[in-house]
Design a protein around this ligand. Structure first.
Ligand SMILES: *[C@@H]1O[C@H](CO)[C@@H](O)[C@H](O)[C@H]1NC(C)=O
Ligand SMILES: *[C@@H]1O[C@H](CO)[C@@H](O)[C@H](O)[C@H]1NC(C)=O
Ligand SMILES: *[C@@H]1O[C@H](CO)[C@@H](O)[C@H](O)[C@H]1NC(C)=O
Ligand SMILES: *[C@@H]1O[C@H](CO)[C@@H](O)[C@H](O)[C@H]1NC(C)=O
Ligand SMILES: *[C@@H]1O[C@H](CO)[C@@H](O)[C@H](O)[C@H]1NC(C)=O
Length: 382
């Protein structure tokens, strides 16, 4: 069957191509020709392998036939005219080694369910696994686990912070940090954040919905119904991912937003009035149960490094402005092991580039922070 197409773009060059034709069969094959100066021929062979399906659409694994059969992920999302799609414009500007790259995008008038609507197809970098494959309680369901070592937790967490710093430097809040959206290549140790379907630039004066983010990963200010929240919600979610990796299961698990909040309070203690105001200044009821904080070192396994607990305590702050900024988190002593240039990845390979910061990434860093981030060298092992 032949389906109409609106435009195809190769993001590296921002082409806006008029397609010559497109063939769309079960194993999707797309031919695209044309443009006055150039000819681009994009052939995508879709594996019969849908690896993610959600309310947003589907993600298929595919190959770029003209590019050495390079594996890609093709995400197909419906173009609803009532809502502006933010994912595409955001993905076009984000370019970082810890964020999935968008290679191409094109529109089709026929989606996977063959309904006649406009679908946006995002052709993106493919990574074989994601962080949910590292988490023991999820591995039981999946049976495609990767070994979870303390060093793996460290390299995963470091790259999340580096990516978040870059995203936030761009004025963007991801708003859906969770293990599924953290792609991971166990061969190289590289982590890349994906799924910018919920991401947004938080601009003054614009309404921000508080019902965002998967429940276990939602920051307390969202549970308090705040619409005036900041990029710091991503840091809370990151703390949840961190604790999930250390505990083997999510730390605060409840079936509703209010139970979720009570669960958080049962472990971190009742927030003070000032902390509640910092989360949502319109929240006036203060009749929360009075609970003292439970020591973090009794929540986490006894062999959890002290530095890891310290970093977690700086993420699990009720007052969003008290949470550690992602670039400071990268500089935290917990990550010093990565800055040891003798260190290799668990399979003996060199570590992926973790310290090749661009000027943009360091633009808000003072000299002391830069010095810590770049204090990479051979460390004496005892
Ligand atoms: C992450 O892995 C899980 C388990 O295999 C899978 O269900 C999910 O679709 C994956 N998510 C992404 C975004 O690839
Ligand atoms: C799960 O993994 C184990 C070990 O690799 C393997 O022996 C077993 O057959 C797998 N089970 C399924 C259902 O794939
Ligand atoms: C949305 O968030 C931004 C950034 O935190 C804030 O400036 C703005 O006031 C918020 N909008 C509303 C309606 O609260
Ligand atoms: C939003 O929160 C900031 C503090 O994070 C506060 O200064 C500001 O007054 C709040 N604005 C609104 C509209 O709630
Ligand atoms: C860091 O190295 C990676 C891998 O070589 C590269 O893709 C990335 O662009 C580099 N980052 C910067 C800021 O140069």
């Amino acid at each position: 069957m032949i389906s109409l197409l609106a435009s195809v773009n190769r993001t590296e060059f921002a082409y806006n191509l008029r397609p010559f034709f497109i063939i769309h069969v079960t194993v999707l094959i797309v031919f695209i020709f044309n443009n006055s100066q150039d000819t681009i021929e994009l052939i995508i062979r879709r594996d019969n392998h849908c690896y993610d399906r959600g309310s947003f659409g589907t993600v298929f694994r595919a190959r770029l036939c003209k590019e050495n059969d390079r594996l890609v992920a093709v995400k197909t999302v419906i173009q609803d005219k009532r809502y502006r799609n933010r994912e595409l414009p955001l993905m076009k500007i984000l370019s970082h080694s810890n964020i999935v790259t968008l290679y191409y995008y094109y529109y089709t008038s026929e989606g996977p369910d063959q309904s006649s609507q406009i679908w946006l197809n995002l052709v993106m970098e493919f990574l074989p696994k994601n962080v949910s494959h590292l988490i023991p309680h999820k591995q039981k369901r999946e049976n495609n686990s990767i070994p979870l070592t303390p060093f793996t937790v460290k390299i995963v967490m470091y790259q999340i912070f580096r990516a978040l710093s870059y995203i936030h430097n761009n004025g963007i809040c991801h708003r859906d940090i969770k293990p599924n959206n953290l792609l991971f290549n166990p061969e190289t140790g590289v982590l890349k954040i994906c799924d910018f379907g919920s991401a947004k630039r938080l601009k003054p004066g614009e309404r921000n919905i508080s019902y965002i983010c998967a429940r276990y990963y939602r920051a307390p200010e969202l549970l308090f119904g705040a619409t005036n929240y900041t990029n710091m919600i991503d840091l809370w979610s990151t703390g949840i991912v961190f604790s999930e990796l250390l505990l083997g299961c999510p730390i605060f698990v409840e079936k509703s937003g209010i139970d979720q909040l009570v669960n958080i309070i049962s472990k971190l203690g009742t927030p003070t009035k000032e902390q509640i105001r910092a989360m949502n200044k319109d929240y006036v009821k203060y009749d929360l149960p009075q609970v003292p904080p439970y020591p973090l070192n009794r929540i986490f396994p006894t062999n959890t490094p002290r530095e890891a607990l310290d970093l977690i305590s700086q993420l699990f702050q009720y007052d969003p402005n008290m949470r550690i900024l992602p670039l400071y988190a990268c500089a935290h002593p917990y990550f010093d092991e990565l800055r040891d240039s003798n260190k290799k990845w668990i399979n003996g390979r060199e570590l992926p580039p973790l310290f090749n910061f661009s000027e943009f990434e360091l633009k808000s860093a003072d000299d002391a922070l830069k010095a810590r981030l770049l204090s990479v060298g051979p460390k004496v092992t005892h």
